[in-house]
Design a protein around this ligand. Sequence first.
Ligand SMILES: Nc1ncnc2c1ncn2[C@@H]1O[C@H](COP(=O)(O)OP(=O)(O)OP(=O)(O)O)[C@@H](O)[C@H]1O
Ligand SMILES: [Mg+2]
Length: 229
Amino acid sequence: MLHSVTVRGFKSIQELDHFELRNLNVLVGANGSGKSNLLSLFGLMAHLMEQRLQAWIDQDGGVDGVLFGGRNRTTRVDVDLGFGDFGYGFTLVPAGSYLAFSREEINNCGDPLNLGSGHYEAILPTRPDHELAGYTAEEVAGWRPYYFQDVGRFAHTQELRDNSVLKLDGSNLASFLHLPREKHPDHFSLILDTVRLANLFHVRFGQRVSFQWAYQPEVVGKDRPRHSP
Ligand SMILES: Nc1ncnc2c1ncn2[C@@H]1O[C@H](COP(=O)(O)OP(=O)(O)OP(=O)(O)O)[C@@H](O)[C@H]1O
Ligand SMILES: [Mg+2]
C-alpha cells in the first residue's frame, strides 16, 4: 500500500515531503489550495504506467502547467512514492514541449536501482521480466484515481460482463461490484465496511448507497445507485 508521497515542483505543490498516507485519507482545504492538484499526481501515475505520460502532460496544461509556476520558475518535478520497504521515484525535466525523465529508479529497502535517464516514457512498466521491477510495476499500477462523486449519471443499464477493470469514473461500478457480491462475499463486505468508514467523516457521497441488479435474458445488470438516509 502507498504510504508516503514526496512531490516537488508539481503544479501548485512547491514541496511536499514524506506526506504519510493511511487506509483512509481525507484532504480538507480552501478552494484553490491544491487538493485536486495532489490527486492529479495519480492521474499522472496512471498514464505513466500506460506509457502515455506525454499525452497526459499535453492534456493537463502542458509543460508550463505541470511545473510549479511554469518553467521560468521551476526546472524539475520530483516524485518519490513509498510502499512498505520499497519505493518508486523519478525526476522530470523540460525538453521542448515534453518532460523527459532525468531519473527513474526503484528503491529497494534504501538501495536505489537505476532504471535509466533521458527517456520520455517510463521504463518501469516495460520490465515485467525483472523481479523487482515487475513487483513494483504491479503495485504502482494499482494506484489509480477514481472519481465517484457523480455515479448517479450511470444509473442506467450496465453491461454485466463489463467487470474486468473498474473504470476511473465509476461508470461500470454496478457491474464491477456484482462479481464480489455473488462470489466473494468477504471481499464485498470489506468494500461496504470501507464505504461506511468514509461515512464516519461525513464525506459528501457518504450516505448509504445500494445497488439493484435486475436480470434479463442476455445477462444485463441494472444499476440504480440510491441515496437513502
Ligand atoms: N503549474 C502551476 N503552478 C502554480 N500554481 C498552479 C499550477 N497549476 C495550478 N496551479 C494553481 O492551483 C490552484 C488550483 O488548485 P486545485 O484545483 O488543486 O485546488 P482545490 O484545493 O482542488 O480547490 P477546490 O476546492 O476549488 O476544488 C489554482 O490557484 C492554480 O493557479
Ligand atoms: Mg478541487
